[in-house]
Ligand binder design. Structure first.
Ligand SMILES: [Zn+2]
Length: 483
């Protein structure tokens, strides 16, 4: 990758800086520390400050200050020549693609990339910035004014009572550094509640997202989401509030996450199941917050749902089991299952990756579009099938409480476990059941044995998952944690 062209470029920089180096050092009385490696001279332009110049060259304010004997880093003059030590040659101004993250707006992306809302909108032909959605790919010009993105900065939202002195002390950053990175002409200015302050080198100051003032934190995963998969939500309130939500005409189960004893009433979370037949597109996810005084606020993020690329198959049903396809039997049993999996227990038993419930391989994936026998009715495979010998133990993939353990017509010997927060897993066609309703189970406990009972055309475990009353791909939960 180290082409001749790059060598000659570096070489020409080296040649260029040889002469000015001497003059600068003479001007400084020769006290500047001789630089290591490649150096260059930068002539200060209007609107620049040391922080931005340091970012542009991939060095630090301290390194430039030391090389130029600058004692007060806030004051540099237009036209001033600065020795920039140890230059990292890069390509500012190069356009690159950027995937919009949940909660980000054109304004926060502009801040992150040291660009402006106008130039980002122009670059992407965006006339309505509010139409931006998580998962959207946009073009950004890395440092449109020659500045690298603020990869290690944080975006702090000023709270009542904050002062610039308090922020400097809180994050251990100098007032001068905060002033330059925020383009303030005077560092001793008044801060207004709700105002954004970029804190250099402190990502923990806050994410570059545009949040309403009653939220201090908001995370959503995984977006864009695939049809038939799950979305996790986690957010922190600034004060206790009642929260409800909807996504694609379904209510969202939201619960308190009491795992942090310091803020037991402020951390909330939930998981959302996206139906396997959802038409791909961008959908609003709406949360409604009601404070202690009855004041109602709404926060909405736009979530992109992608096509799952599911395949299609026809299932032949043996004659002796045809009667099981009787629509009343099928519907009655489905209604029973739906009633069981439509709850929302406030205690969350999941957190780690789910374990797979059977040792065999997946013989039929979730989501495959299916027609049964000669019927033209399109359904989809609502779980993942595991092959194996009759009698193979089936294990609980996570902790929970057994809410169904009985023989059903279509599903055969069946178990459903409630994992809390509206998350349920089901196990069908088993030869034996090892648990009973009401029993608490831990991850890894044998709950039954693999079989061929009910509407099954061979020994297998059908493992399915319901999130907020929607059947989702359980395998996703073995690959990532929620929420
Ligand atoms: Zn199945």
């Amino acid at each position: 990758m180290f082409s001749f062209r790059k060598i000659s470029f570096l070489f020409s920089i080296f040649l260029l800086i040889t002469l000015p180096l001497t003059s600068v050092r003479a001007q400084d009385g020769g006290q500047g520390k001789p630089p290591d490696g490649t150096s260059t001279i930068h002539v200060v332009q209007r609107g620049e400050n040391l922080f931005r110049i340091a970012q542009q060259y991939g060095t630090t304010v301290e390194a430039i200050a030391q090389a130029n004997n600058i004692t007060d880093t806030r004051f540099i003059e237009v036209g001033q020549r600065l020795l920039i030590p140890n230059v990292q040659v890069d390509t500012p101004g190069v356009t690159t693609t950027y995937v919009v993250q949940p909660g980000e707006s054109l304004r926060t992306i502009a801040l992150k990339y040291h660009s402006t809302l106008d130039s980002l909108a122009t670059l992407n032909d965006i006339t309505q910035p509010t139409t931006l959605y998580a998962g959207q790919t946009i073009t950004v010009r890395q440092g449109s004014d020659g500045i690298e993105p603020l990869t290690d900065a944080g975006l702090y939202v000023v709270q009542a009572g904050d002062t610039i002195y308090r922020l400097a002390a809180k994050f251990g950053v100098s007032i001068g550094d905060i002033a330059v990175v925020n383009d303030w002409s005077l560092p001793t200015r008044t801060l207004w509640p709700g105002e954004w302050v970029v804190i250099p080198n402190h990502p923990q100051a806050g994410p570059f997202v545009e949040l309403p003032d009653f939220l201090s934190d908001f995370h959503i995963q995984t977006v864009p989401v695939i049809q038939g998969e799950s979305i996790g939500l986690r957010f922190t309130l600034r004060q206790p509030m009642q929260v409800t939500g909807t996504f694609i005409d379904r209510p969202i189960n939201l619960d308190m996450d009491t795992t942090d004893p310091n803020t037991p009433t402020l951390n909330m979370g939930g998981v959302i199941g996206v139906h396997a037949f959802t038409t791909p597109g961008v959908y609003p996810l709406t949360l409604i917050f009601t404070d202690a005084n009855g004041v109602v606020s709404t926060y909405q993020v736009r979530v992109s749902v992608l096509d799952g690329g599911y395949s299609q198959e026809n299932i032949d049903v043996p004659d002796e089991r045809q009667d099981l396809l009787d629509s009343a039997t099928v519907q009655g049993e489905l209604d029973k299952v739906i009633a069981v999996v439509s709850g929302n227990s406030p205690i969350r038993y999941f957190g780690d990756l789910l374990a797979l419930p059977a040792p065999g391989s997946v013989t039929s994936a979730f989501g495959t579009r299916r027609t049964y026998a000669d019927s033209t009715t399109l359904s989809f495979h609502g779980g993942a099938d595991f092959g194996g010998a009759v009698g193979t133990p089936i294990y609980a993939p996570a902790g929970g409480v057994v809410v169904l353990a009985e023989q059903l017509n279509v599903r055969g010997n069946a178990v459903i476990i409630d994992h809390g927060w509206g998350v349920y897993t089901g196990y069908w066609h088993m030869s034996e059941l090892f648990v009973e309703v009401g029993q608490a189970v831990n991850k890894g406990l044998p709950i039954g044995a693999l079989g061929n009972t009910g509407l099954s055309t061979g020994a297998h475990l059908h493992w399915e998952m319901w999130v907020g009353g929607v059947q989702v791909n359980p395998i996703q939960w073995a690959q990532q944690t929620f929420p």
